[in-house]
Design a protein around this ligand. Structure first.
Ligand code: GLP
Length: 272
C-alpha cells in the first residue's frame, strides 16, 4: 500500500490523474473503474485537460462505475442539477468532454426491473473485458467504498444495498438538495459493486480530501479490518493500492511521518 500525502486537493487530483493517464498510455484498451462524488471531480478535470492539451486518448478505454441509485438513470431532458443519477454525473463531469465512446462506459442501470439478474450480468461484463485494471475509489463518511455500507460482507458482490441514514444525510446535503426534492424523496437503495468485486481490480487509487473525513480515514487506514468500515478491506487487497490524501484528510493519522519517509525512500530506490 502506497500512502501519498499532498498539501492540497489540486495536488492530490493531479497525482491521481497522472496514475490513470500512465495506465492508459501503457494499455490503451485498459479497463477503468470509476467513482462519483465531489472528491474525484478534480481528477476528472485534470484528465479532461490532458485529453484536450496533450492528446490523452480514451478511444479504446472501457469503464465501469461503482454504483448507481436504484430508481435513477440518466435523463438528458432534465437540466443537470435536477438529474442526480450517477450516469449523468459521469457524462457531465467526464464522458462528454473526452473521446470515449459512450458504449464503452457502463454505470449500473438504476431502472432495471430485475436487479438480482442485472447485478450478476454486471459482474459478468467486468469479467468479459478481462477485469478492471485500475479502480478509482473515494471514501464515504461512514467508511464505505461505492455504497458498501457498514455491515456489508467484505466478500460481497454487485448487489442492491440499502443506504444508511448517515449516507442519506451526506448525499442529500451535497447533491440531492439542489433538485428541490425532500430528503424523504431521495432513493434509499443503490446498486453497488461489492467489496469482493472491488478487491479483484488489478490496482486501485483511493482519494480522500478534507478534514471532515479525517477520523474515518484514520479508522480505515490505521484501524482494524472490519465490515463496520468497509474501506478497511484495503488491508486484504492483493493488488497495488495507492492512497492519496490532502492535508485535512490526513490530519488524524498517527503515522504520518512514516508514510512521508516511505515515499521518499521509494523515490530514492527508483532513482538508484
Ligand atoms: C457516495 C458514493 C461513493 C463516494 C462517496 C463520497 O456515497 N457512492 O462512491 O466515495 O459518496 O462522496 P464525496 O466524494 O462527495 O465525499
Amino acid at each position: 500500500m502506497n500512502i501519498l500525502l499532498r498539501d492540497t486537493y489540486q495536488e492530490m487530483s493531479k497525482e491521481a490523474a497522472n496514475i490513470i493517464a500512465n495506465q492508459i498510455k501503457v494499455k490503451p484498451n485498459c479497463v477503468i473503474g470509476l467513482a462519483t462524488g465531489s472528491t474525484p471531480r478534480g481528477t476528472y478535470k485534470e484528465l479532461i485537460r490532458m485529453h484536450k492539451e496533450e492528446g490523452l486518448d480514451f478511444s479504446r478505454v472501457r469503464t465501469f462505475n461503482l454504483d448507481e441509485y436504484l430508481g435513477l438513470s440518466m435523463d438528458l431532458e432534465k437540466p443537470y442539477e435536477l438529474d442526480q443519477s450517477y450516469m449523468r454525473f459521469m457524462y457531465e463531469e467526464l464522458f462528454k468532454h473526452i473521446n470515449i465512446p459512450l458504449e464503452n462506459t457502463l454505470v449500473p442501470d438504476g431502472h432495471t426491473q430485475k436487479p438480482d439478474q442485472y447485478c450478476r450480468w454486471y459482474e459478468e461484463q467486468i469479467v468479459a473485458t478481462g477485469g478492471i485494471d485500475i479502480q478509482l475509489l473515494g471514501l464515504g463518511g461512514d467508511g464505505h467504498w461505492g455504497f458498501n455500507e457498514p455491515g456489508s460482507s467484505l466478500a460481497s458482490r454487485t448487489r442492491v444495498e440499502p443506504l444508511t441514514e448517515k449516507t442519506l444525510d451526506d448525499n442529500y446535503e451535497s447533491f440531492y438538495k439542489k433538485t428541490g426534492a425532500t430528503r424523504d424523496q431521495m432513493p434509499k437503495f443503490a446498486i453497488t459493486m461489492g467489496i469482493g468485486t472491488i478487491l479483484e481490480a488489478r490496482s486501485a487509487i483511493m482519494l480522500v480530501n478534507g478534514e471532515r473525513k479525517a477520523d474515518i480515514v484514520a479508522k480505515a487506514i490505521e484501524g482494524p479490518v472490519t465490515s463496520q468500515v468497509t474501506a478497511s478491506a484495503m488491508h486484504l487487497y492483493q493488488g497495488e493500492m495507492t492512497i492519496i490524501l490532502d492535508k485535512g484528510a490526513a490530519s488524524k493519522l498517527k503515522h504520518r511521518s512514516h508514510y512521508l519517509h516511505v515515499e521518499t525512500a521509494r523515490k530514492e530506490l527508483n532513482q538508484s
